[in-house]
Design a protein around this ligand. Sequence first.
Ligand SMILES: *Cc1c(COP(=O)(O)O)cnc(C)c1O
Length: 483
Amino acid sequence: MTHEPAADPTVSTAFRSGLDVVRSVEPRIADAIGAEIEDQRASLKLIASENYASPAVLLAMGNWLSDKYAEGTVGRRFYAGCRNVDTVESIAAEHARELFGAQHAYVQPHSGIDANLVAFWAVLAQRVESPALERAGARQVNDLSEEDWATLRRELGNQRMLGMSLDAGGHLTHGFRPNISGKMFEQRSYGTDPETGLVDYDAVRAAAREFRPLILIAGYSAYPRLINFRIMREIADEVGATLMVDMAHFAGLVAGKVLTGDLDPVPHAQIVTTTTHKSLRGPRGGMVLCDDSLADQVDRGCPMVLGGPLPHVMAAKAVALAEARQPAFQGYAQRVVDNARALAEGLLRRGARLVTGGTDNHLALIDVSGYGLTGRQAEGALLDAGIVTNRNAVPRDPNGAWYTSGIRVGTPALTTRGLDTAGMDEVAELIDTVLSRTTPGTAKNGKASKATYRLEEGVADQVSKRAADLLAKHPLYPGIDLS
Ligand SMILES: *Cc1c(COP(=O)(O)O)cnc(C)c1O
């Protein structure tokens, strides 16, 4: 499913008129918005966390819903006049519940990190705060004595989380020190098997038995394989942990029924978080799904960690979720995975080295040390040739998190543009051409640099031209003409 409705000339008129209004106040912003669609159209975008939202999703965001304060939940607001926000939020939540088969959906989080914070605090409230209130015979935290409150605060700050290590593909928000989650929780992480690169469930189980976390977290942003959430739940249950799954990256594959049964986190985890703007193809935002036992705690996301919700973004979430419930979205999700496999196979066939030797989802991780490059060099050379990717650490990366040895590539965006498996094979060829004709630059000390590189004369132009030809066959936002 590409964005066919965009070919409707009224869509073009809507965006053009909107920009004219913006231009009348601050022309530089109108110009930047106009330039962005051209940049997006011109780039071969392989960033695994990005996509292209439909015109309907984009238009649902640009309006007066943004003007409304609506702290609280549907029907229970701290502000008057929330009738339409209630409509918007309840429709978005209903679509989310129906689409994912969840008992409860909370659509207020502004981003993935916010959704995770809501989830952490919902679990802490359920497992640590509520029992403490009960012991003290208090109804709410304001009723606790100073002493009981001090004890509870220490207890809340003394909990454990077990999540996937960063270099195996885990996310910063899963208990790593630079993120608030790592300051809130004592964290330990599980990696992947050094031989296969796959999650080793026996190792996860052993770590969970020893560490006894409050929260076992599963989910990733750079792991190219699938996770069995039934086994993860068994492990969590065995050690008394709550299973939280962060499906920020692969929510679109769950929505599109590519990941079902043991691979669908929703029936297995007590709580599931996601972004809405990655493979799910909605507006930039977050969402929490949970079972009934956590619903009340999750609904306290505002004021716990969120301010007022963004009603215009909730409207866009509702539109995106409605789109994802259409049968065509299942075709899209399947093509995302088929395309990722075609890209991985195309790369392997040309001699590239891939972490885990391939992919089962929407992304692949190229170990560019096979080309004698760092991730930083590879990322730069690819960008020079019009190919947009991001560098990413590989497991046990000798070049660390800044230079890295990996390039992450994902197919959600190009699949929205309509590229098919043959197109992805051509993309593989372009990537391999660039990387095999790039050599490291020389650092000041005469050694090979980790940052600078030399791309053979003419390659950038030649590859850019082929990329542009490929993209021209698959126009982005067809019909939107801002000229
Ligand atoms: C992208 C991502 C996030 C954060 O999402 P933001 O909307 O950028 O805050 C959280 N968790 C995972 C696994 C992600 O991939």
